[in-house]
Design a protein around this ligand. Structure first.
Ligand SMILES: C[S@@+](CC[C@H](N)C(=O)[O-])C[C@H]1O[C@@H](n2cnc3c(N)ncnc32)[C@H](O)[C@@H]1O
Length: 294
């Protein structure tokens, strides 16, 4: 009996196309869940802004920006004379970010489609670059960081954020483990060829910043909490935001879906919110914020 040949591994372009399709599909959910997600990771945005130190007149680029929550914090700081460019590869995210900037009445902002791996900006045209939860998602983060350094003026600053280890991020892993247990999803594998939330561990981030010519890289961990008034709402937010979970649940036989949802809620209820009302949950996450000079 001959062994089944390994399936052909996906090319980087296959990975890019699959990722783009997923993010286009997710943009409506990210717009719906924006407030819940941002409330949890607001300290990350502020740490990133502090790390680049925007000044009046600066040009600040946020790439892979999603709804642009971090970049928009810089808009007031670069006024007068400066501007913020919010960019994302997914058209749906760009449209959502335009609505978000308009709702907040921010005028010194441009919102535009842009690839993270090849930034559509002139050399040395940017004073500060922000990338929150982006670099771990691209097939070639080294090329992306080289391009980041190209667009930054000498002495410009980069601040980036990635998730710390899976075991530090139950907000994302606890529900996913339930789906894995039910045979509906694959576990997160930081070493898989397909990039994912845990593809860039601390050592790799520092190595990449050094290899791409950034100076004096530093990295800090920020602990965050994803709060919901009940485990049911926590499950709804988690499934709403995670394309992997949404897809997995859609694949569950209808008669088993309620059981899987109840199991996800039980997993999230294991993190009661000590500061919240009865039944409220605060599911932990941990983020690495790295910064360096170009
Ligand atoms: C996890 S979300 C983070 C969004 C936002 N930065 C935040 O922290 O709320 C990842 C974002 O990166 C974008 N993205 C993924 N790959 C990209 C690429 N190659 N070029 C540009 N954007 C990309 C997605 O469309 C999505 O908006």
């Amino acid at each position: 009996m001959s062994a089944t040949p390994d399936p052909t591994p996906p090319t980087p372009d296959d990975l890019r196309a699959g990722s783009r399709e997923r993010w286009e599909r997710s943009s409506a959910a990210w717009e719906r869940e924006r407030a819940w997600f941002q409330e949890a990771v607001d300290p990350v945005s502020h740490a990133m802004i502090d790390a680049i130190g925007p000044q009046p007149g600066h040009v600040v680029l946020e790439a892979a920006a999603g709804l642009g929550d971090t970049g928009l914090l810089a808009a007031e700081l670069v006024h007068p004379g400066g501007k913020v460019i919010i960019s994302d590869g997914a058209e749906g995210m760009v449209e959502a970010a335009k609505r978000h900037a308009a709702e907040r009445g921010i005028v010194n902002v441009e919102v535009t489609p842009m690839e993270l791996e090849w930034l559509d900006m002139s050399a040395a045209s940017v004073d500060g670059l922000l990338v929150r939860f982006g670099y771990m998602l691209v097939p070639d983060p080294e090329t992306a960081l080289r391009d980041a350094r190209r667009v930054l003026r000498p002495g410009g600053r980069i601040a980036l954020a990635v998730w710390d280890r899976p075991e530090d991020n139950p907000w994302l892993t606890a529900g996913t483990e339930v789906l894995v247990r039910h045979g509906l999803a694959e576990p997160f594998d930081p070493a898989a060829p397909e990039p994912g939330p845990f593809s860039l561990p601390r050592e790799r981030v520092l190595e990449l910043l050094g290899d791409t010519g950034f100076i004096l890289p530093e990295i800090d961990r920020i602990d965050v909490r994803f709060r919901s008034p009940s485990a049911r709402e926590a499950r709804e937010h988690f499934v709403g935001l995670s394309d992997r979970a949404t897809t997995a649940l859609k694949g569950a036989p209808a008669e088993r879906r309620a059981e899987v949802e109840a199991d996800i809620e039980a997993a999230l209820a294991a993190f009661p919110d000590p500061d919240g009302p009865e039944g409220a949950v605060a599911v932990p996450g941990a983020v690495l914020v790295a910064a360096a000079d170009a």
